[in-house]
Write a protein that binds this ligand. Structure first.
Ligand SMILES: Nc1ncnc2c1ncn2[C@@H]1O[C@H](CCC(=O)c2cccc(C(=O)O)c2)[C@@H](O)[C@H]1O
Ligand SMILES: [Zn+2]
Length: 355
């Protein structure tokens, strides 16, 4: 686990953290299994003692310390192995929404990898029913609206791409909450252009394109995501900072980046927070959104990511509220949904400091 939390240096920092804690927020880049809290992981690990995932929360913190991106994916897949039944899927999804609601997350696009579950034997129809049941309960009980992004685990090959697009576009499976189509996992040795036919089919079926790109490889991967996969937002896009033409393109065409600062340190994609290119993105006029990726695995949460961003970008409350509004603007909510959360952010900010 990585401790990238911003040190509480004084009253101003504490005030900003309180502001962030109550701020209505939207999250656009957060993974389903990667959001399992230590409590859920421990519960599942205890239920499935044959797994190598420790059930003790302290041992879990050690287990979630990664040597590099490949090690992170190895650990991630060991947690995926704990999700074995539709009830595991429902519980995980519902509890993730509860954790979001506690942080005043009003809307989230949750990245789900259905291939990883169906190939492990979970029935596809039962999987969809489980996530939809959790989505509806979470909205009714917590007021947090969830939408889905189905991603291809690229390293698992074209078989996984075919299965993911089938589940995303076939009316027998496609869940009501699905809005977008993604591509995750390692980038090295997994060229983006091979996935073009699958993205074409997903886009033709009305889904929005949101691949990961430029997280662990160079800016050419981001270009591929834009030109071949017709990306409307980029997951991470960290290496875009190395290509001024690309930054100018992202800014001009209003292609937002889903920035996840602590994740980039935890997976060692970026060496230190000080070296994170987030400031170069905003300087170039790129629309930056703040996200948590796999929060418990990286020892963070969305509120902490906003605090990290505020420090790196030297923002006060209004600057942080603008970041929150960026996420709403970059979301796949309809106009009325965007207006509602933006108004909530404005009302909250105008009333600050709360008496
Ligand atoms: N920061 C991240 N950056 C990128 N991806 C991230 C990040 N965080 C979480 N993920 C997730 O990791 C999964 C990886 C799954 C994967 O590679 C794989 C390979 C071979 C077989 C199987 C299988 O299931 O049998 C799975 C992706 O689908 C993605 O949703
Ligand atoms: Zn991700």
């Amino acid at each position: 686990m990585t401790d990238s939390s911003v040190p509480a240096t004084g009253t101003a920092d504490r005030d900003l953290r309180s502001f962030i804690a109550g701020l209505p927020k939207a999250e656009l880049h957060v993974h389903h299994v990667g959001s399992a809290s230590p409590r859920i992981v421990s519960e599942l690990a205890a239920r499935h003692p044959d797994s190598k995932v420790p059930s003790d929360p302290e041992a879990l913190a050690d287990y979630f310390t990664f040597t590099d991106f490949a090690h992170f994916i190895e650990v991630y897949l060991s947690v995926v192995d704990l999700i074995r039944t539709p009830e595991d899927v429902r519980l995980l999804t519902y509890e993730v929404a509860r954790d979001m609601a506690r942080q005043h997350v009003r809307y989230a696009e949750l990245t789900i990898t259905p291939f990883s579950s169906t190939r492990r034997g979970i029935d596809a129809r039962a999987f969809m029913d489980a996530i939809e049941d959790a989505r509806k309960s979470a909205e009714a009980e917590f007021g947090t609206v969830l939408r889905w992004c189905f991603d291809i685990p690229g390293e698992a090959g074209l078989e996984s791409a075919e299965e993911t697009v089938r589940l995303a576009t076939d009316d027998r499976f496609r869940p009501e909450g699905l809005v977008s189509f993604g591509l995750g996992g390692p980038e090295i040795g997994v060229p983006r252009p091979q996935f073009k036919p699958y993205f074409d089919r997903a886009i033709a079926a009305g889904l929005r394109s949101v691949p990961h790109a430029g997280e662990t490889t160079g800016p050419e991967t981001v270009w591929d995501a834009l030109t071949e996969l017709r990306a409307e937002r980029i997951g991470h896009g960290t290496s875009s900072a190395r290509d001024p033409k690309l930054l100018a393109h992202l800014a001009e065409h209003r292609v937002p980046l889903e920035v996840c600062p602590t994740s980039n340190i935890a997976t060692r994609a970026v060496r230190t927070l000080e070296e994170h290119p987030i400031k170069e993105f905003t300087r170039a006029g790129v629309l930056v959104t703040i996200n948590s990726d796999d929060p418990p695995m990286f020892g963070t949460d969305l509120n902490n990511e906003y605090a990290v961003a505020a420090r790196l970008l030297d923002l006060d409350e209004r600057g942080v509220a603008d970041l929150a509004k960026n996420a709403v603007a970059a979301s796949f909510l309809d106009t009325a949904g965007k207006a509602r959360i933006t108004a909530e952010i404005d009302t909250y900010t105008a009333a600050w400091p709360a008496s």
